[in-house]
Structure formats: C-alpha cells, structure tokens
Design a protein. Sequence first.
Length: 346
Amino acid sequence: MHYDNVDDVLTKLAKQKRKVHLLLGNGFSVAYDSSIFSYNALFNFVASQNDPLLTKVLGAMKTKNFELMMAQLDAFSTLLEVFDGDQSLKTKVTAAHEGLCRSLIDAINSLHPEHVFKMSDEQSAACAKFVNRFLETGGSVFTSNYDLLLYWVLMRQNIPNACDGFGRELLNPVEVENNVEETNWSELRWGPNKLTQNVFYVHGALPLFDTGTEVEKEQYDSNGYLLENINARIEAQHYPVFVTAGSGDDKVAQIRANPYLADCYEHLSGVDGSIVTFGFGFGDSDLHIIEALNRATHFPSKSTPKLWSTYIGVFTEADIERAATLEKLLHCKVHTYDAKTAEIWG
C-alpha cells in the first residue's frame, strides 16, 4: 500500500500502539546537500587526487558507486585466489581496495561542512522535529551514513530522548573517594550508556574511533571544531570506524569484527513494531540490512512476528519499482510513502 503523506503513516502506527523506528540512508544526507554527499561528488573528489593506481581503477569501473567498486575488487581478488593468480597482481588489487577505502573517508571528511553552524537553524530544527517523532515514542534511530549531520542535529537541538551509548567513566574512583585526587574522567567511550542507547550508527561514523581496547567518540574542545579534531586523528593515520566493504556478506564480516558495530546490528535485528525508512535504497550491497530486518520479523517472542511492517520512503517511480521487488525479499509487510512529505530539512 502507498501513502501520500508520512503523517498518515505515523498516525496509523500510533493508533496501533506499536513502537516505530527510523532507518536513514544516504538519501538523508543527499537531501541536505547533493553537491557534497552524492556519489558523483565523492567520485570527483577521489578522481582529483591524482593517485595513479586509483585513477586506473576509476577509469576501468563503469560506475561511480563506491560500494559496487569495492564489491568488484573483492570479487576479482577472490577469483585470483581461486585460479592461483600472480602474487604481484593480488598485491595491486589489495592496494587498490585499501586506497579506495581511505580515499572514501578522506572525501567525506574533506567535502563535509566545516562545523555545525553551517547548518541553518531552520534545517536543524526541522530535522530534529522529524527524528524526535520516533525517539519520543520509544523508538530507535538507525543510520548507515558516515557523516556528522545526524550527530550535529541531536547535539544542537539537545533532543532529551536521544542516546548514542557513549559516556565518560571515572578513572580514579578510589582516589576520589579518599580525597587524594581530583576526578579524572575518561574520553567519551561507548558502553556507559548503552543500556539506554536508541541512536545507532550501523556502518560507523566520522567521529567514532576504535583504539583497540575501546570505541571512542571524538568531541568538541576549546582548541577546535569537531571536524578539526577528527582531521588530527586521520593525519596521525587513525581512521574512523567505517564499514567500507562492498557486498552484504563482507559488510557483515566487518561489522562482526567491531563490538560497537556488532551491537548496532544486533539491535537492528531485534526491532519490534514497525520501521520507517528515509533515503535508504535497499540496493544489492544492502542485503545484510534486509537480513537484519528479516531476523527481526522472526525474532523469538510471545507475539511473533516482532517486526510487523516496513514503510519505505520513495521519491521516484524507480524507487516505487524497487520497493515492489522488496516485497519478495522482506518477510514483513512492505508499504511505501511519499518521502518528500517528510520535509526532513524543512
């Protein structure tokens, strides 16, 4: 069934007294500024870096979709293993894949708006209003985007119900209790607030860094904007937590290798009620997301299925046609709504 307005969807679901969750995809960021966050913009940035190996790869690929490029490199690498290919060629393919991953991170970081105040008050408020319709009723927000847009909105608008699971831990409680030291707090770590977490960066994000023992979130300080602090880490060869694999299976493997990402994925796999999507394409590289939603549909509970329905935001006829094919892939009921009516950026 198609709905002409997202308000009709949310009104209907409110009457059913089920939780409603939000899943954001790249279209969320593209709707903010397509000149920054589209595949074309990212492709052109990487192409302008004049890396000889990447230039050859970009020239050979018949797509500007980075996920598809990475999937093709992964497939080629697998074939080289199967047919006992030349080791030097294997090394070049691996280097190309790693270079493409780093360049994607650099592109997002370099093209990104400089700071939160580049976003207008009206845009920030409109986005917060839409997102909070899910959080204030007990739902969760999941995003596959790497950028800072959602984080900025949650921080700037101070949405009281939003929690990404990060917090500080007191490092010297005994000394403080004995009045021999001042309080010494940790960096922002994932864990202290994960029991109340309702915002999940399923593929990682620019401000998240894995130290090997902790997943930390970069923050503002008196010395610079958040993006400047992120840049300092990247220049020191510390790259953010990003899922850069091409295929769905490879994405799951990368997700499982990181405790934060694995936890986000498990929460998505256990959502109950209904989920509304905005800007999420459900492409061939998103099969792991489809699998997560199907797991949620059959999640063990007293009243199965847990996930009853998915409402997909559509912009074009092509989106509607893609949504129709999802009825065969998703095990819950699939509906569509006119995504433009969300007015997510005002």
